[in-house]
Write a protein that binds this ligand. Structure first.
Ligand code: PLP
Length: 374
């Protein structure tokens, strides 16, 4: 059997090695390492793929979230509502900008922020909502945009795990996640669904004025060279990464399909036990399975993981500690905050390998092993 990994970027690279190598060598030969033609080309192609008016490329997904929040003109102490059950980057940038994170519950089925919990958390200081499309499935963006409209709040989508995912509105129309809120942020970290060969990130928006601000902030607050109008930062996607991503973008829909095939195999194999709750499929969203995350019922999750580790089947706990229990946020007086659904998930979830290069022999071994240990 081919070796098992959580992601197999090596096999994925080898399938498109010739194209990727040529794209990299072309940039090397041009020496246009920063803001070269490959950067313009990729940002145009990504905008077309997403159906967004503007794409602003940047250095990583965390920077994208930070730049998005910087563009909203918020004041210290303004409140930003976000799930506690997420990767730390989503919430960290809020605190970094001296804004106040307000952590709310997720829907235990979709793992994404619960719109009813958002509504309850709104105060006169609330300025923005940052939903996360966790594991590759969209949060309920229709409900979130309705709440945001009623209360005049900004919505910044953390789309780091869901690039390529479609959200379906009740009127029958669909949009790509990341293009529904005021700003969408994504990451090209190598293990993400559209992974670079290093760090990378992007913002997208359909708002011309916001696009202008985002561009300036990512480029030292300047519009004209050496004239700096606002405090910004230095966050760029370099040309080599853009050239690689430009090749890989053509394969993104295929990569999503490959992940869905893996998920369907797992779903079927685990249907026989009620100790495994397989990922919920929301009617209003595609699933691009950045992770295949199950909930274990009536099983000691950590003991199970130790037994699974011993068999050589990789697995990960995303995430063992919710944001509101992190030391980093003690300053916001959230240690007494009770989010029982979030706690329930952090104690019971486990993610199994899902990537674009898995074969049936590997899937059979993983599912047989998991079922024998459960
Ligand atoms: C990966 C990720 C980020 C951050 O992306 P980086 O490129 O690693 O900075 C932010 N939010 C979520 C949900 C992520 O999964």
């Amino acid at each position: 059997m081919r070796p098992l990994h959580m992601v197999d970027t090596h096999s994925q690279y080898h399938k498109i090695k010739q194209q990727v190598d040529k794209a990299v060598l072309d940039v090397m030969e041009s020496t246009a390492f920063i803001n070269g033609p490959a950067v313009q080309e990729f940002s145009g192609n990504l905008a077309t793929y997403l159906g967004a008016s503007h794409v602003i490329l940047c250095a990583n997904g965390t920077d994208a979230l930070q730049i998005a929040l910087m563009a909203l003109g918020l004041q210290p102490g303004d409140e930003v509502i976000t799930p506690s059950f997420t990767y730390i980057a989503t919430t960290e940038v809020i605190a970094l900008l001296k804004l106040t994170p307000v952590f709310v519950e997720v829907d235990p089925k979709t793992f994404c922020i619960d719109p009813a919990a958002i509504e309850k958390a709104i105060t006169p200081r609330t300025k923005a909502i940052v939903p996360v499309h966790l594991y590759g499935q969209s949060a309920n963006m229709e409900a979130i945009m309705k709440i945001a409209g009623q209360h005049k709040l900004y919505v910044i989508e953390d789309n780091a795990q869901a690039i390529g995912c479609n959200f379906h509105f009740s009127d029958g129309t669909s949009k790509k996640t990341g293009t529904i809120g005021h700003i969408g942020c994504t990451s090209f970290y190598p293990s993400k669904n559209l992974g670079a060969f290093g760090d990378g990130g992007a913002l997208c928006t359909n708002d011309d004025a916001l696009a202008h601000k985002l561009k300036m902030i990512a480029n030292h607050g300047q519009q004209k060279r050496y004239y700096h109008d606002v405090v910004g930062c230095n966050s760029r996607l370099d040309s080599i990464q853009a050239a690689i991503l430009n090749v890989k973008l053509n394969y993104l829909d295929g990569y999503c399909d490959a992940r869905r095939t893996v998920a369907a195999y797992y779903d079927e194999a685990f249907a026989q036990t009620d100790r495994i709750i397989t990922p919920f499929r929301a009617a209003n969203s595609d699933h691009v399975y950045h992770q295949y995350t199950i909930i274990l019922e009536g099983v000691d999750r950590d003991a199970f993981k130790t037994r699974l580790d011993a068999t050589g089947v990789p697995s990960m706990i995303y995430y063992p500690v919710p944001a509101h229990k992190q030391k980093m946020f003690e300053q916001f007086g959230v240690d007494g905050l009770e989010l029982p659904l979030t706690t329930y998930l952090t104690e019971r979830v486990i993610s199994l390998p899902v990537h674009t290069e898995m074969d049936e022999e590997q899937l059979k071994f993983i599912t047989d092993t998991v079922l024998s240990l459960i």
